[in-house]
Write a protein of this length. Sequence first.
Length: 276
Amino acid sequence: MIPYTKFVDVAYDNVVIPPRSDEEYKIFLSYTAYWTVFFISSHFFLVFLFNTSTISKRIQYVDKKKVEELPGYITSLIHHMGISPICLSFIIFDYLKFNESGGVLFPAGHYSDLYSPTGLFPFTFGYFIGDSFVFAIPEVFKPGVSSKIFFVHHIVALSMIYATFTLSRGSLTQVFAGMMCTEFSTIFFNIAWILRAFGFRDWTVVNVFEKSFAFFFLLLRNGHLTLLIYVLWFDIAAFGPFQYAILVSMGLQFFWAFKIVMSIAGPRKPKEKKVD
């Protein structure tokens, strides 16, 4: 079997997707605006829903802060479940074809469909814009380093999306799919967080989701994404000034990986006590 490192080096050093037309680009931006409104509206609807007496009491039974944070985690889960499994399946498909052909890059025509006006990439662009307004920017004004880092993450993500969709007019869609597949790990994190918010911390499935998150994070973000960023930094100039966002992204992945490893290796936090 051909090493995965060889596949990444060939696949992302030969991006051949033709740019989209001006008309298609305008339609793409229109759908991005629709999805932005959708995610902002969904966030505020969930804020209203989780502040109703019945649901709010159930969540506050564990942690009052989670009432405020829960809408952001749910919209994040909706987005990541909608885009990352598809992107990951494309990467796996391309790698298998790459091996089957003896190291010849398979035509990447299926990536062009993702850039279509009604495709999933306007969905992603709209999500990050909307989530920045309702979740990431407010986090900046909260105490602690983690909240600021979350804002930086969104700035980096929007920078790379802008370079992928605007500067290149979609010709870097394959690259962005390689990045977004890494959000597959976040699905497990969000589900575990939501279950804990509703008081199911002691469930075995929560521990399974937490371990799955750690595994896929280290595999996809510190493995796959590190290789991808290495290739992008040396071989692709289409990111322009946003090329430096790639380095920031790599730094964030290793910062979070360190925290994950320390949480696994270090002592477990005491279980939250229920208060009658």
